[in-house]
Ligand binder design. Structure first.
Ligand SMILES: Cc1cc2nc3c(=O)[nH]c(=O)nc-3n(C[C@H](O)[C@H](O)[C@H](O)COP(=O)(O)OP(=O)(O)OC[C@H]3O[C@@H](n4cnc5c(N)ncnc54)[C@H](O)[C@@H]3O)c2cc1C
Length: 473
């Protein structure tokens, strides 16, 4: 089916909506979409359900994941910097850490410890700081305004009943728009709203790893003997428990514990520490056992990979695009959601570069497809890894996926032993390099030359390049 299948967008309200784009949700996907749309629309309105104080970074109920560790991979960082020049410096000045992975971490992979070698950059900050800083930069553009404390409740149909001509709001008059972008995240009602316009529900693919998060802030004074800046003890199917320790500004750290199914991490005080102690390495527990807790632990359990295939619908309304977690969300443990939001914004920018608002509305179906394409690689990474865990619910792996899983186990072994493979692995994981990099003959030869090394070895408590202070002579 070609793009003519986009249902026609009539000129519904020439006064109110024709030069206007509305973006629902001021999370990362919505903010970046608004930034891009302001290049073609003279007016862009961001509608956000949460009240926004505007006073600084805030933990708000619409983004409960803000209380859990967030990393922004180099690809996402570069794209956001291109869209908002200077934002990286502002984030670092406000306390974000710009680190080299795996060099600056103690990182135990499902196979073994990574060496202390360069790989790719990663930006680590509280999600509240990330959102606040990006929002401040986006709102510098006078074409963009934001309405906080305003919930979208449905779509306004054009006179033909099939196209989208605006959005309904709770306790406010509807807003006319040439284009509506739904970026309301995983609680998006786009499927129901489309149903009200007579469109069928999209197919949905789900893989639920039943992964739980439990996170808690700690204070740890600076320590010159500490030569790492973050830590990640990964789980693996034979012990589906892991944990990450990331900096959150001066002396403030965030621990996120993770586990699948019955291994979901607890929130009670002693149980939190006991869980940290039960990981594949004692390194994370050793780091926090004398640290000062700054908060109770908070849990998060909704970590399903879910792709609502709007891009496959045979008919699609002019004037609507669904972006970010609202279209496709991932098990967050791979840290891809914000980078995918940035990739979708980049795809949107390419699609609309030469179009006027009316043409953009008419091209909605094509835009829906190309923005969604950004999800393909991270989806494959997340679901093929999650399928290794017995507790994961979803379609079983096909033969190609099983071959890929076996090969990726060898890549992991190779990446722990060989800095060249490690560099290529992090290129792919950060969504900077194509997965084909790992399938090139040169990489395959390097990977397969380590065939004698086991894929699930017994591992040392600490990597060879680091010994905790108490162990030093
Ligand atoms: C526990 C956890 C950890 C994560 N860790 C990482 C990580 O390390 N790295 C990474 O890149 N990604 C991570 N992610 C994913 C990341 O949070 C999202 O993928 C990314 O922010 C894109 O989200 P979004 O903007 O589509 O939705 P969200 O960030 O969920 O934002 C949606 C916004 O829409 C608003 N909203 C909802 N309904 C309405 C409505 N009806 N009207 C108006 N506004 C509405 C909400 O209040 C919210 O502000 C993690 C996710 C979780 C759950």
């Amino acid at each position: 089916m070609d793009d003519d299948a986009t249902d026609n967008h009539p000129d519904t309200d020439p006064q109110a909506g024709e030069d206007h784009a509305v973006v629902l949700g001021a999370g990362m996907a919505g903010l970046l979409a608004a930034r891009v749309l302001a290049g073609r629309f003279p007016r862009v309105t961001l509608i956000e359900r949460d009240e926004l104080t505007g006073d600084g970074p805030e933990l708000r109920s619409g983004i409960p994941q803000s209380r859990h560790a967030h990393i922004l991979w180099s690809r996402g960082m570069r794209l956001i910097e291109q869209m908002l020049p200077g934002v990286t410096t502002k984030l670092v000045e406000a306390g974000a850490a710009l680190l080299e992975t795996p060099r600056d971490f103690l990182w135990l992979s499902p196979a073994d410890w990574f060496q202390s070698v360069p790989g790719t950059k990663v930006l680590i900050a509280g999600r509240d700081l990330l959102d606040w800083t990006v929002r401040e930069e986006v709102l510098r553009d006078g074409r963009i305004q934001i309405l906080g404390g305003t919930a979208a409740t449905g779509l306004v149909a054009g006179p033909d009943g099939r196209s989208v001509a605006g959005v309904r709001l709770r306790d406010a008059a509807p807003l006319a728009a040439r284009l509506v972008v739904d970026a309301t995240g995983r609680t998006s009602k786009a499927t129901a709203w489309l149903g009200d316009l007579g469109y069928p529900a999209p197919a949905v693919t789900r893989y639920d790893p039943h992964l739980g998060y439990s996170s808690r802030y700690f204070e740890m004074p600076a320590d010159p003997a500490r030569r790492w800046h973050g830590m990640y003890v990964q789980s693996r199917p034979d012990l589906p428990r892991g944990g990450v320790l990331v900096p959150q500004g001066k002396d403030r750290w965030l621990v996120t514990l993770i586990g699948n199914g019955e291994h979901a991490p607890p929130v009670k005080d002693e149980e939190f520490f006991a869980f940290a102690r039960s990981l594949r390495s004692p390194a994370l527990y050793d780091a926090i056992r004398d640290a000062t807790p700054l908060s109770p632990a908070t849990a998060f359990r909704s970590t399903v990979n879910e792709w609502r295939h709007y891009e496959r619908l045979e008919r699609w309304p002019a004037g609507l695009v669904v972006l970010g977690d609202a279209a496709c969300r991932f098990n967050p443990v791979y840290g891809h959601g914000m980078t995918v939001a940035a990739l979708a914004a980049e795809a949107l920018a390419k699609e609309i570069r030469t179009l006027d608002p009316e043409q953009i509305a008419a091209a909605s179906r094509r835009i829906q497809r190309s923005t969604t394409a950004a999800a393909a690689v991270p989806w494959q990474i997340a679901t093929s890894e999650d399928m290794r865990y017995a507790v994961t619910e979803g379609p079983p792996p096909d033969r190609a996926t099983r071959i890929l899983q076996n090969y990726m186990s060898r890549v992991m072994v190779g990446a722990n032993a060989d800095p060249v493979i490690s560099g290529r692995f992090f290129g792919v994981l950060s969504l900077t390099a194509s997965p084909n990099t790992l399938l090139s003959p040169a990489t395959m030869i390097r990977v397969l030359s380590k065939w004698r090394l086991p894929t699930a070895p017994d591992t040392a408590d600490y990597p060879a390049h680091y010994r905790p202070a108490g162990d030093r002579a």
